[in-house]
Structures are given as C-alpha cells and as structure tokens.
Design a protein around this ligand. Structure first.
Ligand code: PSU
Ligand code: MN
Length: 304
C-alpha cells in the first residue's frame, strides 16, 4: 500500500472481503456547498450508500495523510472550514502531503486516491470540464485528464453549464473516455435532465454498467468511465431560471477577475446565492441519486 495512504478499518475490511465500496469526494463538501448543508449532505450520502448495500469511503487529505474513509469529525471539520481548506487537484498533492496540511479532494484526486486504495467506483455531483471561453483561457479541468488515465468509474449528474458542455464532450472523446447516459441518450446538465448533447452509450441497469467497466478493464488499457445520471424529474430546475443564474455568475466572475482554481468554487457559490438556495436542494437530491446508482453498481462489480 502507498506509504502516504490510510484506509479506515471499515473500508479496509470491506475491500479485503470483496464487498462493494463507493468513494466520495470532499471538495463538494468544502467548496461545493455552504455549511452546514454540506456536512448534512455528506453524512446523508454516506447513509444512502449504506442503505443500498455498499460501504462509503469519503476521501480527503488530513494532516498530509491521504484518507480513504473519514470520521464524522473529519467531515465536520472540512465542512466548517469551507473554502479555507486547500482545494487539491493532481498538481497540488505533493505540496499538501509534504507540508502535512489538510486538503479537500476534487474529482481528480479522489480518483487517484480511490485507485490507490483499490476502490473502483466513485459518486459525486458534477465534474469539472472545459470552461466557456477555454479557447483563449485554456481553462480545462484536470478532471478530464484524470478520467483519461485512472481506472475508476465516476457517477455524476453531467456537468453544469458554467462549462462548455460541447467542448467537454469533444475533449473526453479525444482522450478515449466513454460517456454513458443512465437511462438517457442525452447528456444531463446537472440541474436539468437535458443539455441538447448526446452521450456515447445509453445503459439502463447497474449490471450493464458493471459489464462495461469490466470490459474496459479486460481490454487492459488505462482510463476510467463517466456515467451521467439525470437528476430525478421532480427535483430538476426550471431551465430559464438556472440559465439566468449561471449567466449572471459568469458575468460577475469575469468582472471580478476570478481565475484559475478559484473559478469553479466562485461560480458554484454564486449560483447558490442567486437562486436563493433552490439550486442547493436540487444539488443535494442529485448527489443522493448518484450515490444510490453507484452503490448498486458497486454491488454488481463486487459479484465477480
Ligand atoms: N462541479 C460541481 N460541483 C463541484 C465541483 C465541480 O458541480 O463540487 C468540484 C469538484 O470537486 C470538481 C472540481 O472536481 O470542482 C473541479 O474544479 P476545477 O474546475 O478547478 O478543475
Ligand atoms: Mn481550471
């Protein structure tokens, strides 16, 4: 095992016995949602994974140690600290480990640590992608490169249209990352079920997802798989309302000169602020929906 990695006793036991385990990220806790909803959500998501027959492994860096499986206190600590915690992507890992500090893991680093621990599947809300205007800013999330090289299945609700969804799909195609729609042929846009863009393959059961992941592993090439699971109809948002909030958030982001790793957290917080918390409720529901699908798929993957 990697010398910087600590796996909680519960997760360790589950992995040893070949039981289903689902990884969860921590940037969604510190930078993706406000306190205390972030902590409540993180704990609810863990419970949802248990209720669906798998063991949750929330991932973060605590005192420079990579953790697979957090205590309640550690989740509370990350949630309370919020954006004061370092947001850790691939390039930040060495510094955070060497300095012995705390860090919240993005999709990228959660995939890295999950893979180190032997966890095959990970549930979250949305991934990073190609930002709007990337043709000049070159702002493309490291999440896409990680999907191209680390063999973990990521279950999300698509991507928010703070990103350029068309360019994000093009990038994933270039990098050989399969984009699967769960029960849909259309890429979901996080708060809404439709984006106008097609996924590569539609899949209708956890077993089919597990079969595809096993085939990818059997083909023996690097890279993961992106499963996009639409938000349940009853929780989806009005497209005009969310689009207006996103446009306004993007405008303020530009005006304030926000850039680099601060861009995504700024936009996420702004959208919540502008929609008066409605988007936060949708966000919570879609994460729970993804956690359930990931748990059911982890069970299929554990079967052989
Ligand atoms: N998108 C969301 N919610 C999130 C994130 C993105 O809808 O919480 C977080 C995830 O941790 C993701 C990260 O991996 O932001 C991407 O950041 P960046 O765009 O800086 O790569
Ligand atoms: Mn970026």
């Amino acid at each position: 095992m990697n010398k910087y990695l600590d796996i909680s006793p519960e997760v360790q036991l589950a992995l040893r016995e070949g039981k289903p385990v689902v990884a969860l990220e921590s940037t969604i806790i510190s930078h993706g949602m406000p306190y205390p909803k972030n902590v409540e959500t993180a704990l609810m998501v863990e419970q949802c994974i248990r209720d669906n027959g798998a063991v949750p492994a929330t991932i973060a860096i605590i005192g420079g140690r990579l953790k697979a499986g957090l205590s309640r206190d550690e989740i509370e600590h990350l949630g309370k600290s919020g954006r004061a915690v370092t947001k850790v992507s691939r390039r930040d890992l060495p510094a955070v480990v060497a300095r012995g500090i705390d860090g919240a893991t993005t999709v990228t680093t959660t995939m890295i640590i999950a893979h180190m621990a032997g966890i095959k599947i990970f549930a979250t809300g949305g991934i990073g992608g190609v930002h709007r205007g990337a043709e000049t800013t070159m702002d493309i999330s490291a999440d896409l490169e990680e999907l191209a090289q680390t063999p973990v299945m990521v279950v999300c609700a698509g991507a928010k249209s703070i990103l350029d969804l068309g360019l994000t799909l093009e990038y994933l195609e270039t990098k050989g990352v399969p984009v699967i729609g769960y029960g849909t042929e259309e890429l979901p846009a996080f708060y809404t079920r439709k984006s106008g863009f097609s996924v590569d393959y539609r899949v209708d059961s956890p077993k089919e997802l597990a079969d595809m992941f096993r085939a990818q592993r059997g083909l023996d090439y690097k890279g993961g798989m992106l499963v996009t699971n639409p938000i349940p109809e009853e929780y989806s948002m009005d497209k005009d309302v969310i689009d207006a909030a996103i446009e306004q958030a993007l405008k303020e982001c530009k005006e304030q000169g926000i850039h680099g790793k601060d861009t995504t957290p700024f936009l996420l917080a702004k959208v919540v602020e502008l929609t008066g918390g409605d988007s936060l409720e949708s966000n919570i529901k879609l994460v729970l929906n993804n956690a359930k699908l990931a748990a059911l798929t982890a069970k299929e993957l554990a079967e052989n």
